[in-house]
Design a protein around this ligand. Sequence first.
Ligand code: SIN
Length: 523
Amino acid sequence: MIKYESDILVIGSGIAGMSAAHYAAENGFSVNIITKGDIVKDSNTYYAQGGIIYRGEKDSPDSLIKDIISAGAHLSLPENVRILATEGVFYIQDLLIGKAKINFTKDEGGQFDLTEEAAHSVRRIIHSNDSTGKAIANGLYRLIKKNKMITFFDHHLGIDLIINHVHSRDKLSIYDPPEVQGAFVLDTREKEIKIFTAKAVILASGGLGQIYKYTTNPLSATGDGFAMAERAGAQIINMEYTQFHPTALYIKKPNMFLISEALRGEGAQLKTIDNKDFMKKYHPGKSLAPRDVVARAIQEEMLKNQHPYVHLDIHSYLPSKIIKKKFPTIYKTCLENKINITKEPIPVVPAFHYICGGVKVDKWGRSGIRRLFSAGEASCTGIHGANRLASTSLLESLVWGGRIIKYISENTSKYKLNRNYKIKPIKISSHQFQVIDPACIKQDWSNLQNIMWNYVGLTRSKKRLTRALNNLKSLSNMIFEFYQKRKYNIEVIELKNAVQTAIIITRSALKNRRSNGTHYRID
Ligand code: SIN
């Protein structure tokens, strides 16, 4: 097996991975960064529309802290929320504006154009029109791609974290505290398994939206990081807090196009197909009520009226010129789907959007496993509590990407490669990469996504969750046996990770009998 070594191994190339890689290189560390698809496009970061929290007029860290904790249904960890609220501006100025020169939209007076989203008490979100994530992903990659300290490995999928008590040849290492040494990685183009070792590993592998039938996440979001972390023995928490975005474009595609909350921030209103303004019945914040409330209200109206979607009306509230200027990507994408948003309402439905839980980490991004850090959607700093405040996720990824490197550079003596660690290689044979019948893979995904959408979705009960868990366990056993001879095929690895992640979510949801934020029990 080919071996690669670096000071730091970063798994994932969204904003968390790329900012960590940048700060690592700036501090003199060599970095290998692996990503299973395209470096820039295959991450949730790339698809973020609305923006990133900066600071508004008459804003303060205390006011942001209050908004995050209240959106998070009072389950957010105050210490980490305060870190985000006080350090966020520094990281945006230093990395995104200063070094990566990201072109955030300005108003006519040359100031940042601040937008509003649900549950924010002031306008404090900066954006790059309606494709903020794309601007950030491109900007960060432009900045770091020529850095000699950083090596990119695209189309490289993490198979497993290398952990002493599982992968060391030294039998007695089971008595040592768990410690990560790197990762087994599949080069999906060359169909080859490689070993990456490092002094520290940063798991920034993003989200899991593809386990649900409807999601705003790209096809790459299959929950690989959560499954890998669980197999390595990391603690994973708050996985029942699955955030559904209220407004995804109603089109039949595996990853649905997001209709940013920023439209509602600019006045767009939700209405039934027969033009009834229903949100006032559900919450005083109406269309800008917290996300979970809006998503459930939409679902209820759809069920009650037997409608396949609801309408989001922007054309009655904003002049056509402004709509096109502020939301060029949404305007263009809807037009490609034969909807002119300057003249007619947009058909929308809720879709899975973001997981608030993840690998439990502390204020420096440290997991419970030595030398394993995590940042971004894969991690849980506790900031999002039971429901994430809009536009906090890019900021959390950026700040924790930076803080992990700050911690490592201030504690270099703790981060040494363990040269006594002899890794047991994975046994492979060439047939393990052979092509798999796509009909089987497709059907397994469809089973998984339906179970999750129907039983572990917007509303939950003991009966639904128990049924989901039983179905998922038998799906998992079947997959394990059926694909045993092809287990290092990318399709199989992703599918297994997805089912394992779905089981983690379902177990957490079953255990937590109290409705809170995005976890809504109807029993
Ligand atoms: C949106 O643009 O509505 C998404 C923002 C977010 O999820 O933070």
